[in-house]
Structures are given as structure tokens and as C-alpha cells.
Design a protein around this ligand. Structure first.
Ligand code: MN
Ligand code: MN
Length: 460
């Protein structure tokens, strides 16, 4: 019976029971490099800039339309500093399709409004408009940093980073003391802290002179000294407040990583590293770091933009291949994080179908909500293709369903890739506290996501 059981039953094993010491060391090395990348990539712009720096170090060059492409060539296209597409040209023609992995590098955060700065009661504040799905109460009373750009009328841009260096000042959104919060505490968690109430405190010293708005003037004068900007320049700025926590190991065993923005830079980094490590691939390998996923993949730098199609069409044209012929034979891993089963909140998951920490890369055949609505729902054949690849390459992986039926759901870039007539499946790292200012992942799953994407890129 035992023999028959082990032959017929699908049983999952903890990843740590399946890897040897050498692989544990490789996993640690990989995660150390990822932690450095994440710590320095707090916005999509920084994630793209740091990815380009690493790519150039690995022999990638900017793609110039019309460039002659030879097998093994490594190229990238920077989309306005906010999204990035990289490719390693394969030995086969693009008529055979490409192997694509697509992740996003934007994360939930607090964008400063365009008319953001004000003074009240001799304190200066920035008003914000949150970006992506957040639980607002999580964003008060935590240290915040300010990142972004100010675009000036003369065509130049000013990069702003305040709070990342050890001795930098930081910012915060205040909350009521419990002593006076009786009314607030009766509200629902959705209403207790409101979006319009997320104001970041930025100063309290009045300018040493007579007149009104002296604190605002003092704050603006500091910004003018630092960056040469005025209040009007905020109109054409993209400044964001993000959590100021450093990325760190979590747990006595150091088996997990805590940090801001794992969703989805943890998959973006896995793709990047896999692309750097793939050698002389058969089919052209493409790595996408997209923007705007958290607000529906809209915009010129999101996955619904034709920027990606233009890039792929250029590559195809250089080989005399029609783009649609390439797409219909291509395969895409939509590499995005999934929900990890959290034993503190078991009620939202169906345990057998939920992904778990240390069980490897989580594959989502479908996401969506209310009867899989809004999901691209990959074909069984596509899942089988992954099973074969992962088995051949010793990738530890698991099926992942985003919550119980009718509990909720989520979207990724998968449906926009599938819309292009590309076979697409979601796969990524299981995350706890997703979209919180400090998210949690397990190292083994991060490493297996890298291995999974590499297996797809290195297909024979
Ligand atoms: Mn995501
Ligand atoms: Mn997300």
C-alpha cells in the first residue's frame, strides 16, 4: 500500500528536505545579492537604473534600432527610465518564438500630490495620493523616505533622495494616541485612517522673520538650497514617500527576508539574474521589468503600452520575421508574487491549494476573483510545459491559488501578455504581508524563482 500510495499520491515536501549544502550556499549567495538590489531600489526608476548598471556589468548594451543582431548578443531598451526590456539573442530565429519573463518594478507607495506642500498650525506637510492597493492604517507611524524626480522647464531633471543615508532625516505620518482614540477605534480598519488624511510631516521650524507660512518658507528654502527647486516645480515632479526600513534577514535561522517592495522586485531580480546566467540560449530570451502593474498596467510604461511590441517588432524585423508569427510561438512566465499561506490568517486560504513558505516557486494557473474573472487562466498544456522544465532542472515549485474561492483575487501582467497571443502563466515568490510597508518572503522561494526562470530561458 505504501508503495502504491507514493506512486499515486501527489505529495509536497519542504524545500529544505530537497536541497543539499551546495544549493543552500548558492541560495544564500543569491539572496544576499537580491537584498542589496532591493535595498537600493525603492522606486521603479531606481529599480530600472540599478538593473541597467548590473546588466551593463554583464555585457548588455543599449539597443539601437537597425542594429545587426547575432546569437548571444545582449541588449536592453530603457523605456523612459521607468521600465526596461532586456534580451539575449538566441540561436534560433524569432520565427520560433521567444522565451519571455515579465515582472514589475513598481510597488505600492504614497505619491506626493502635485500641489502638495502646505502649512497649518506652524507645521509643514506634504499631501499624498496613495499608489496601488494599500491598507492605509499600515502607513502611519513608520519612518518614511522621499524619492523621485523633479522635471524642470529647461528639460533637466533633478533626482531627489532623502532618508536613505544613515544620517539623513526621515519623515512620518502621525496617528492619534490611544488615550484620545475612542471614536477612531470604533471605525472600521478601512475608515480609521483615510487616504486624504495621509499627510507627511516635513518641518516645524519657522523662518526667522515676520509674516505668514514661515515654516513652509523655511522648508522650501531648504529644498531650494538642496535641489534648486521652488514650490511650482512640484507641479512637474514625481516624488514618493516610501518606507525607510532597511532590507534585512528575518528569523533566528535567517531563513526569510523582510523589506519594502518585494512585490515585485523579488521576481524582477530573479529574471534579471537568470538572464545574466543563461548561456547561448536556443530561443531569444526576453526579460521585462514593467511599471504601473499596481494600477492596472496602464500608461506608457505599463504592460498595456505598445513600447514592448515596438521593441519586439524591431528585433523581428531585423530577422525578417513578422511580430505576430513570433508571438504565437512565444512562451511567457508572468513572474509576480503570490500570497503565501499565513497560519495567523488561515480563514482566507484553502490550505491545500495555497502556496507555502519554503515550498518553492508558486505557479498560479489562474488568479482573478468571482469565478476566475479577470484572469488569463493558463492552459493545461502550458502548465505541463512548466512541469517538464522544472522536473528536468530540479526546480522546487508548488501550485498557488490566491485565496479561497470568492475570497478575493488579484491581477498581474499575465492577461496583457496573453492578449498578445502569447502562451502565458503566472509564477512567482509567495509573500506574507503583501503590499504592507514591510513584506516577508522566504529565501528558498526567491532562489527557486530564479532557478525556474533560468530553466525556461535555458530550454533545450
Ligand atoms: Mn505584483
Ligand atoms: Mn502587487
Amino acid at each position: 500500500m505504501d508503495e502504491l500510495r507514493s506512486k499515486l499520491f501527489y505529495e509536497q515536501k519542504n524545500g529544505y528536505d530537497l536541497i543539499d549544502t551546495a544549493e543552500r550556499i548558492a541560495c544564500e549567495d543569491y539572496c544576499a545579492a537580491y537584498m542589496r538590489y532591493l535595498n537600493n531600489s525603492r522606486t521603479e526608476r531606481e529599480a530600472v537604473r540599478n538593473a541597467i548598471a548590473e546588466a551593463e556589468g554583464n555585457g548588455f548594451v543599449p539597443y539601437v534600432p537597425g542594429m545587426a543582431l547575432t546569437p548571444g548578443m545582449k541588449i536592453y531598451q530603457n523605456n523612459r527610465g521607468k521600465a526596461l526590456t532586456l534580451a539575449v539573442i538566441g540561436r534560433k530565429s524569432l520565427a520560433e518564438g521567444a522565451v519571455i519573463a515579465g515582472a514589475h518594478v513598481d510597488s505600492p507607495r504614497l505619491d506626493l500630490k502635485q500641489v502638495t506642500l502646505y502649512e497649518t498650525d506652524e507645521l509643514a506637510y506634504f499631501r499624498t495620493h496613495y499608489y496601488g492597493g494599500i491598507k492605509k492604517y499600515q502607513w502611519v507611524t513608520i519612518p518614511l523616505e522621499l524619492h523621485g524626480v523633479v522635471a524642470l522647464c529647461d528639460g533637466s531633471t533633478v533626482d531627489v533622495v532623502i532618508g536613505r543615508e544613515k544620517d539623513d532625516p526621515r519623515f512620518v505620518i502621525t496617528d492619534l494616541l490611544p488615550h484620545l482614540a475612542a471614536d477612531q477605534m470604533k471605525k472600521t480598519m478601512a475608515e480609521g485612517i483615510t487616504g486624504e488624511g495621509l499627510h507627511v510631516i516635513i518641518g516645524s521650524t519657522p523662518y526667522a522673520d515676520e509674516g505668514k507660512d514661515r515654516v513652509k518658507l523655511a522648508v522650501l528654502s531648504i529644498l531650494n538650497d538642496l535641489y534648486g527647486i521652488t514650490e511650482e516645480d512640484f507641479l512637474s515632479a514625481e516624488l514618493v514617500a516610501v518606507p525607510a526600513f532597511d532590507v534585512c534577514e528575518i528569523g533566528l535561522d535567517r531563513s526569510m527576508i523582510g523589506g519594502y517592495g518585494h512585490d515585485d522586485r523579488v521576481c524582477a531580480y530573479a529574471e534579471l539574474k537568470a538572464l545574466f546566467d543563461v548561456e547561448a540560449p536556443e530561443r531569444t530570451c526576453v526579460c521585462i521589468l514593467a511599471d504601473k502593474e499596481e494600477i492596472g498596467s496602464e500608461g506608457v510604461s505599463g504592460m498595456q503600452s505598445e513600447a514592448f511590441d515596438c521593441f519586439m517588432a524591431d528585433l523581428c524585423a531585423s530577422q525578417g520575421v513578422e511580430l505576430r508569427r513570433c508571438y504565437e510561438k512565444s512562451f511567457c512566465i508572468s513572474a509576480d508574487v503570490t500570497n503565501a499561506y499565513d497560519p495567523i490568517y488561515p480563514e482566507v486560504c484553502e490550505k491545500r491549494s495555497a502556496s507555502k513558505f519554503n515550498y518553492g516557486l508558486g505557479v498560479c494557473k489562474f488568479t482573478g476573483a468571482r469565478g476566475k474573472s479577470g484572469s488569463s487562466d493558463a492552459s493545461a498544456e502550458v502548465v505541463a510545459h512548466l512541469r517538464r522544465l522544472f522536473a528536468e532542472n530540479h526546480v522546487i515549485w508548488q501550485m498557488a491559488e490566491l485565496g479561497k474561492v470568492d475570497q478575493g483575487g488579484g491581477g498581474t501582467i499575465a492577461k496583457f501578455m496573453a492578449k498578445r497571443n502569447i502562451d502565458t502563466i503566472d509564477a512567482g515568490v509567495p509573500v506574507m504581508s503583501m503590499h504592507a510597508p514591510f513584506e516577508l518572503v522566504a529565501k528558498l522561494d526567491c532562489y527557486m524563482t530564479y532557478k525556474g526562470v533560468l530553466a525556461a530561458y535555458a530550454e533545450k
